[in-house]
Design a protein around this ligand. Structure first.
Ligand code: ADP
Ligand code: ADP
Ligand code: ZN
Length: 206
């Protein structure tokens, strides 16, 4: 099974991708996590990406496409994969379409006015990539691996506004793009986390 998760920053893509990838035993591929790991490891790719991420801009298409092309050939993708945060532009979607077929695109919808609070309250685990929210997770360590949680630099309000503008301009057009080409499943992301997961599983079983 090959899936794409679409949705604005803070929609819950990462949270849901984690669960869905585990359930269907497919690889969870988060381009954001991959870029953050490149930055932490001080690689040339990380150095090139950092300035864009810090400004809330998209990393150039050729960098991202090369990274994903390599990643989906890895052994853990044999069973399929779930792309979380890719594609984010029409050029990325065109390139992906040349590399492989996709079974379904899940679009997680959340009212815009909810997103800033979701993103600004997000706390991440540096080791396993888990995301928490200060509203329901008060400990400052990861439930899964015990690492100390941190707030992403780009999750501060100044940068968030630009990320939402960039989403509207560059990524939102992909909803219509996939509606025309593939199976697009629209999910109400403004429900409890477990209910969103149930909706996605139901949508995928059709
Ligand atoms: P994305 O990967 O789309 O940016 P995340 O999965 O990281 O989104 O979620 C963004 C923030 O919102 C996190 O702090 C997460 O804990 C929280 N969150 C995710 N899903 C929900 C939900 N259904 N209801 C409330 N908060 C949520
Ligand atoms: P979010 O939780 O907001 O959806 P991600 O962790 O997916 O954020 O991405 C963080 C940042 O990494 C983005 O703001 C962007 O700068 C960069 N990035 C991630 N995926 C892509 C992509 N497919 N194309 C371009 N830039 C990307
Ligand atoms: Zn962790």
């Amino acid at each position: 099974m090959k899936l794409i998760f679409l949705g604005p920053p803070g929609a819950g893509k990462g949270t849901q991708a984690e669960r869905i990838a585990e359930r269907y035993e497919i690889a969870h591929i988060s381009t954001g996590d991959m870029l953050r790991s490149e930055i932490r490891n001080a690689t040339p790719l990380g150095a090139a990406a950092k300035a864009y991420i810090d400004r809330g801009e998209l990393v150039p298409d050729d960098v991202i496409i090369g990274m994903v092309e390599k990643r989906i050939q890895a052994a853990d993708c044999k069973n399929g994969f779930l792309l979380d945060g890719f594609p984010r532009t029409t050029a990325q979607a065109d390139s992906l379409g040349k590399l492989t077929d996709i079974d379904a695109v899940v679009d997680i919808e959340v009212p815009f006015e909810r997103l800033v609070a979701r993103i600004c309250g997000r706390r991440m685990c540096p080791d396993c990539g888990a995301a928490y929210h200060v509203s329901y997770h008060t400990a400052d360590t990861c439930d899964r691996c015990g690492a100390k949680l941190y707030q992403r630099d780009d999750d501060r309000e100044e940068t968030v506004q630009n990320r939402l503008v960039v989403y509207e301009a560059k990524t939102a057009p992909l909803i219509a793009y996939y509606e025309e080409r593939d199976t697009l499943i629209k999910i109400d992301g403004d429900q409890a986390i477990d209910s969103v997961t149930d909706s996605i599983v139901k949508g995928l079983s059709k």
